[in-house]
Design a protein around this ligand. Sequence first.
Ligand code: HEM
Length: 348
Amino acid sequence: MHYLATIMVALGANLSIFWILSANSWLQTPAGGEFVQGNFIVSDYFQAIFNPFMVNSVLHMFFATLETSLFVIGGISAWYILQKRHQKFFALSLKIVLAVAIAVTPLQLYIGHLSGEQVYHHQPTKLAAMEAQWKTIPAGESPSWSAIAIPNDKAEQNNWEISIPGLLSYILEIKPKLSEPVLGLKEYAPEDRPHQIGLIYYAFRIMIAIGFLLAGLMAITVLQWLRGKLSSENITQQSWLLKAWLFSAPLGYIAVESGWIVRCVGRQPWTVYGEIRTVDTVSQLPASNVLTSLTTFAIVYSILFISALYFGSRIIKEGPNFGLPIPEQEAKATPAKHIPDSRPVTSE
Ligand code: HEM
């Protein structure tokens, strides 16, 4: 029953990824119909569901959850090994994580690149915010990529910046030169472009940095595995590597939050990109109602979060109980105990 419940939760979560990302992608690239006096009339549901952003966004989110889970399991495994508890079991657990991470971490970088490319082609204001790009860069150029900057919304410029020459077109298209211009934020009136440029710019960089960090950690650990340093006898000597795994456990969550900031703060001032403004979709409800439901959500989710931390860490501290019998095997070993043959025969 426990295993079935686990599978059902995974199935439910993946269905959720599909439909939420399909709906959210439609807000980014509406398709499958047209707007008539503020109402969207769907003429083709298939096109609406499989809108231009959909496939890649579903994949990016799917791999994000997979990667996050992998590094949580890896971090917990590393914690047990560092504690010298059940190290044989958790050395194997870490290796299973690694075997999946070999495929997942580089794939996520590539799908992330495709996400950037689709933003480049469909959402110029979001791209300009992600890159804190104030002035337009014409097609055919090979511009530098801004690695760290202090964007200044008021002065419409970056106060300070470190950039890497020639990298932007490789990041956007894996090509030496831009095929389309990168439109600068100044091309748009302030009410037609996102604000909080610093937030979007840094959320994007935090997500990328975590993506590379996790892929790097995977690569170094695989190298140590190949050198025979991950056997259950000598894995405890890899304390720096195990600590890195422990440190990496929450990073996936931070990358996921950063990704959503890029995607949805970057979409502003639009609810439906280029079609319906956020100011026009604001609910008619009184502010006090909105505050009540927001506060309720905040309280319920804080309780859930604290409970998850409390019960999760209690289970982890206790550790697996290898003494527990597996019900079916136990039944086979001691038939008299469980098989109702030993009941007294009653005559009617
Ligand atoms: C090189 C690494 C990465 C790049 C270039 C990248 C790129 C992007 C871009 C451009 C977006 C915005 C898409 C849009 O607005 O439509 C995005 C969103 C997102 N990213 Fe990343 N990303 C990378 C790594 C990661 C990692 C490691 C995670 C999590 C483990 C992650 C999680 C997300 C999430 C949850 C979203 C929002 C949902 C979605 O668009 O699917 N990203 N990413």
